[in-house]
Ligand binder design. Structure first.
Ligand code: 5GP
Ligand code: ZN
Length: 122
């Protein structure tokens, strides 16, 4: 990972690097996943690229394989974290983007939410 991929002022860059503690779900060279600190569902974790991408609005064509890997990995992690199997179980993947999209942390992240209804939000 090159230096310009890391933003020292970014919360999720710091979490992905282990500088700020989190409850880790998964890690590889390019991806970090951790439990949301304020879960909206019985299972609620976040998946981030280790590379700093501010939001979906900044995604470039070169990021497509990385995002594809994250999407392909999400179902496996969802089951590992206790989401029930499809079709009676399942999960939601949400990517808030920009202020009107409800984004609060400006480092691209997938919310993966699941578990028995009702949930707190959404
Ligand atoms: P957004 O609104 O940007 O889509 O989602 C940001 C999410 O990050 C929220 O669900 C919030 O609970 C979570 N979050 C914010 N700060 C922290 C933190 O320091 N640690 C963890 N684990 N989650 C956080
Ligand atoms: Zn970042």
């Amino acid at each position: 990972m090159h230096n310009h991929d890391y933003d020292a002022n970014c919360l999720f860059c710091r979490i992905a690097k282990g500088e700020i503690p989190s409850r880790k779900v998964y890690e590889d060279e390019e991806v970090f996943a951790f439990h949301d600190i304020n879960p909206a569902a019985p299972v609620h974790f976040l998946m981030v690229p280790k590379k700093h991408i501010a939001s979906m609005a900044q995604v470039q064509a070169e990021d497509a394989p990385l995002l594809g890997r994250m999407m392909a990995l999400a179902p496996r992690l969802a089951l590992e974290q206790g989401c029930n199997p499809y079709p009676d179980g399942g999960f939601r993947i949400v990517v808030n983007t920009g202020a009107e999209g409800g984004q609060e942390v400006h480092h691209l992240h997938l919310h993966v939410m699941g578990g028995p209804r009702p949930w707190l939000k959404g």
